[in-house]
Design a protein around this ligand. Structure first.
Ligand code: IPM
Ligand code: MG
Length: 412
């Protein structure tokens, strides 16, 4: 974190921390071209950290465990984060838990209170479990809690790292750790999930429903800049832009054009373009040809499930909903969802939550603890201490304790 502000003042660069994917350095001048106010907000956001250098920094984290196995994995995540803070000594957490979700909905008729976003606004980050219940329609749970937070806080970059963790057997023949190392950047504020559309003549034979995908120049430009910046910060400097401009001739053609425009700002990044259908083939047959990937909300939703499966399990896949400008708290969650079949059994896989905790730490400027946690996760997986969904016999608590032990015993 020290480096962040020094770099800014001396070399006129600013940094953001794309979760567990390496540090992205954005050239200030090109960033200012995007939006002067945003760049200023980000500088303000990160500069506060340097003034705290010699003190113990306390991060205020809102936890929203919500539904299904959410409470079990968030409890595990909090325990691991507290252990990391104790091991480090340079920072601590102040967790505040919010009981929103499907039970709250059944009691109050809404997934979160009307002033929910106001109550989250002052937090440094949000640690989110899972949302969805068998007896509440999915579109209510999703549009009542998770999406209003993502959209209300303009968390436009959804970042999904995927790797084959040691000890996890992945379905691709002859592929192991190192052969698949991707970060999918999902546009998270518009596109096919913008919520634009409607229904008319309900229940009648002539009923009609529209679901309109929204692509804006601002929205596409900022996600492209984020993705190119992230690609540039990773060793291979390689970005694949996923599209479907052969069939979708308006929004997707603009998407391609803007990708090419933004690419000109990043001459040091090698990039290519893939149609989304062909992309599934490439991910399966040639995974090592890919590194950073950017796609629309819908495309990346689908591709990230495929990525999780190819890496061995969706149970370990993390995600971060980032407001790159730092105007609002960003939100960190496992991808796996509520998993009602195993809720309460004590066997939920906490690894996705630990991994997204790494993303949160990086976002908070705590790179070294993030690396320590990632190493602990990998060591515990490599030792075969895993839950049944990835072929092990351990409970949530056993995996959590093993990760905590590894953190306590780590000497770097
Ligand atoms: C994901 C999930 C969600 C999404 C679901 C629960 C709506 O699939 O994080 O990918 O599509 O955003
Ligand atoms: Mg999904």
């Amino acid at each position: 974190m020290e480096r962040t502000a020094r770099t800014f003042t001396k070399q006129r660069e600013i940094s953001l921390k794309p979760p567990c994917c390496g540090t992205v350095a954005l050239d200030l001048k090109s960033y200012m071209m995007l939006d002067r106010r945003q760049a200023k907000a980000r500088f303000t956001n990160y500069s506060f950290q340097t003034t705290q250098e010699d003190q113990v920094k306390t991060f205020n984290i809102a936890t929203i465990p919500a539904d299904g196995i959410g409470p079990e994995v968030i409890e595990a995540g909090v325990a691991v984060l507290d252990a990391l803070a104790a091991r480090d000594g340079g920072f601590s957490f102040n967790f505040q838990s919010f009981d929103w979700g499907s039970d709250y909905y059944k009691a109050h008729g809404r997934m979160m209170p009307e002033d929910g976003l106001d109550r989250l606004k002052g937090q440094d980050a949000i640690f989110f479990g899972a949302v969805g219940a068998p007896d509440v329609p999915d579109h209510i749970t999703l549009w009542g809690l998770r999406l209003p937070i993502c959209q209300g806080f303009d968390q436009y970059a959804n970042v999904r790292p995927t790797r084959i963790l040691p000890g996890i057997s992945a379905p691709l023949r002859d592929r192991g750790p190192g052969d698949l190392d991707w970060v999918i950047v999902r546009e998270n504020s518009e596109g096919e999930y913008a919520g634009h559309g409607g229904r008319a003549h309900r229940g009648l034979p002539e009923e009609v429903a529209t679901e309109t995908a929204i692509f804006t120049r601002v929205g596409v430009t900022r996600i492209m800049r984020y993705a190119f910046s992230l690609a540039r910060a990773r060793p291979r400097r390689l970005l694949t832009v996923v599209t479907k401009s052969n069939a979708q001739r308006h929004g997707m053609v603009m998407w391609d054009e803007i990708a090419a425009e933004v690419a000109a700002e990043f001459p040091d990044v090698t990039w290519d373009k893939m149609l989304v259908d062909a992309m599934t083939v490439r991910m399966t047959l040639d995974p090592s040809s890919l590194d950073t990937i950017v796609a629309t909300n819908l495309h990346a939703d689908i591709l990230s499930d495929l990525a999780g499966a190819l890496a061995g399990s969706l149970g370990v896949a993390p995600t971060a909903n980032i407001d790159p400008e730092g105007r609002f708290p960003s939100m960190f969650e496992p991808i796996h969802g509520s998993a009602f079949d195993i809720t309460g059994k004590g066997i939920a896989n906490p690894v996705a939550t630990f991994w997204t905790a790494c993303q949160m730490l990086e976002h908070l400027g705590q790179d070294a603890p993030a690396q320590r946690l990632m190493k602990a996760i990998e060591d515990v997986c490599a030792a075969g201490i895993m839950t049944p969904d990835v072929g092990g016999t351990a409970t949530t608590r056993e995996v959590t304790n093993a990760v905590i032990e590894s953190i306590r015993g780590s000497n770097r």
